[in-house]
Design a protein around this ligand. Structure first.
Ligand SMILES: [Zn+2]
Length: 141
């Protein structure tokens, strides 16, 4: 692999572009500069993080979820965890249409109770928890 120096278009840091040969690396660098620019590793991950935060915020708004409480860092982290957990809950906690209405109602209330958790710490502490266990705990069973 060959590397050629490049300047990050976003922050101005010195970075490099990698390709199989030096000529290909220069070609790739020129291509990147002509199509949106060169991004250093730090800016790449910062952009990914911002994208995930935006997706989590949009998800919270679309699903009428409560604003999380905690430190800014906790909230940012918990928001992305909550997004994943709720997607899992919606995939896993599906009540069959022939289930008794009382059971369906009980599960719906438990799912709603989990989704209503506004403490960032709840989502962080339960980031590795099985969503069935979270719903069961919320149902008091
Ligand atoms: Zn950069």
């Amino acid at each position: 692999m060959a590397q050629v120096p490049a300047t990050c278009t976003t922050c101005g840091a010195t970075t490099h572009v990698t390709a199989a040969t030096t000529a290909a690396a220069y070609e790739r660098r020129d291509y990147l500069l002509a199509h949106g620019g060169v991004t250093c590793t730090d800016c790449y991950y910062a952009a990914k993080k911002a994208e995930a935060a935006d997706a989590a915020t949009k998800f919270a708004e679309d699903n009428a979820l409560p604003a999380l409480t905690g430190s800014d860092k906790q909230i940012a982290w918990a928001n992305t965890i909550r997004l994943k957990k709720i997607a899992q809950i919606d995939a896993v906690c599906v009540v069959s249409s022939d289930a008794p209405a009382e059971l369906a109602d009980h599960i719906a209330k438990a799912v709603a109770a989990v989704k209503a958790q506004a403490d960032a710490r709840y989502w962080i502490d339960n980031r590795d928890a099985d969503v069935r266990a979270l719903v069961r705990a919320a149902a008091g069973a």
